[in-house]
Ligand binder design. Structure first.
Ligand SMILES: [Zn+2]
Length: 465
């Protein structure tokens, strides 16, 4: 049984094992979602590592998903097949059960749907190349599909993923000199994985000009015009424009301001549970330059909640330069209690906050129209910053958001250089949808806002989580 120390090099063993497994589960999900593409099979080196992770996981009673088992198995077969070819036709594909599967007592049935029926051999269309390791993060042999946006050049695309234009042309069998067709896709094996570009719609307001909108969105004038070829020479009020935004991590502010001491009156107390509690001496979220209030008469909380809500948003703005608006919406009624359509929000400890939007998207009248941000308008880097600021108060029980959106926050955080250990502590993803773990958790229908649940404060005597 291959449990020798030389195979397993996990330092803080539990967490690292779980993280390693989570990475492989992530690859398996991507592979599965792309129709179990042969192009996304793992190279031998990663098959070995995946096998080690699975074995280590079993010792912690963590079973791999059937699709991870299938990915490892299919990859192992494919690399044996390749090795067989390299050895001059001495094909070694026996219906061998890889060694890591022999070490388990019981588990899911082997789901080997890569191998054709009748004892045939899997065919490999494209050899899986060894990835170029990036200095900061492990790179897996994984293709991405890039959707070409208007006026994008081969050079733009290549730069985006940290590869040469020549390679992109080669991978896709295209003429490096010919312009790219917007809407088409390119297959790339990246060294860098930025978040995708986001298309937003904008309704022209009185006074807007091409130039002012170019500044508003931080997009060059020529690109803005190219995105809207029928936009006309001068803009008309009410005209609809399309803008492609390329989200980037936000730098820290130039000057790190101290956090003010938010000490509102202390007698607003939370009683009972979020789904069946009430609020004593409800405290209204005060006006502040940190955020906008959506409906002040529905924004009462416990002293503890209000204090740490303000603190969390201030921490976000201290640590990340976000030149946008944070919109706070429902908290609780003045006395708490039932607050339809919410199930919770009863005890002054639940706060809904709109997802922060990309530069230029937010308009003053969005508040009045209750025009919550669309998913394509959301600034995922800023959302991560907001989550982190709130979590850093130490007073957050949970933050809820829809699972798929959580993945975007995770990637934004990872691209911002947040260490795996922090990601694991804060974000449920890539654990499964209903797994325990993390403060940021899945909850259905949270697609336009995060729902933040604060802990009971020290004075909230009969408060229950
Ligand atoms: Zn809510």
């Amino acid at each position: 049984m291959p449990t020798g120390g030389k195979l397993i090099r996990f330092g803080g063993p539990d967490r690292e094992t779980r993280e390693e497994l989570a990475r492989f589960e992530y690859l398996a999900r991507q592979w599965h979602d792309r129709g179990r593409s042969r192009r996304m099979l793992l190279p031998a080196r990663l098959v070995r590592r995946g096998g080690e992770a699975v074995a280590a996981g079993r010792r912690l009673d963590v079973a791999p998903s059937p699709r991870l088992v299938a990915l490892l198995d299919a990859s192992a077969r494919a690399s044996r097949w390749r090795r067989g070819l390299a050895a001059g036709g001495a094909v070694l594909v026996v219906a061998a059960v890889p060694w890591w599967l022999t070490t388990r007592e019981a588990g899911p049935a082997l789901a080997v749907d890569e191998a054709p029926a009748g004892g045939g051999l899997p065919t490999i269309e494209t050899p899986v190349e060894e990835p170029v390791p990036s200095p900061s993060r492990p790179v897996f042999a994984e293709w991405v599909e890039h959707r070409v946006i208007p006026v994008e050049t081969l050079r733009d695309v290549a730069e985006r993923y940290g590869v040469s234009p020549g390679l992109v042309a080669k991978w896709n069998g295209i003429d490096p000199e010919a312009p790219l067709a917007p809407g088409g896709t390119l297959r790339i094996k990246p060294n860098a994985r930025p978040l995708p570009q986001q298309q937003v719609e904008y309704e022209v307001e009185r006074g807007d000009t091409w130039r002012s909108l170019s500044e508003r969105f931080g997009v060059s004038l020529s690109k803005l015009r190219a995105y809207n070829p029928d936009g006309g020479k001068t803009l008309r009020t009410g005209q609809q424009l399309v803008v492609w935004l390329d989200p980037k991590p936000h730098p820290p502010p130039s000057e790190r301001k101290p956090i003010p001491d938010f000490s509102p009156r202390a007698d607003a107390l939370s009683h009972g549970s979020p789904n069946g509690g009430w609020l004593e001496n409800g405290l209204q979220l005060p006006q502040s330059s940190l955020y906008r209030r959506r409906k002040p008469n529905l924004m009462f909380g416990s002293s503890h909640t209000i204090r740490h809500l303000m603190r969390g948003i201030a921490l976000f703005r201290r640590d990340m330069f976000f030149d946008g608006v944070v919109v706070v919406m429902d908290i609780s009624r003045r006395k708490g209690g039932s607050f339809p359509p919410h199930k919770s929000h009863q005890a002054g400890r639940d706060v809904d906050v709109w997802l922060p939007t990309l530069k230029g998207v937010y308009k003053q009248n969005h508040l009045g129209k209750d025009r919550k941000p669309q998913p394509n308008e959301v600034d995922w880097y800023a959302t991560w910053g907001l989550v982190k600021g709130l979590v850093d108060t130490g007073e957050i029980k949970f933050i809820f958001i829809e699972y798929d959106l959580m993945a975007k926050i995770y990637h934004a955080a990872a691209l911002s250089g947040v260490p795996e250990s922090t990601l694991h502590e804060v974000i449920q993803w890539p654990r499964p949808k209903f797994a325990m773990g993390g403060i940021l958790r899945h909850s259905d229908s949270h697609t336009r806002h995060i729902h933040v649940r604060f802990r009971c404060g020290p004075r909230d005597k009969d408060c229950r989580d």
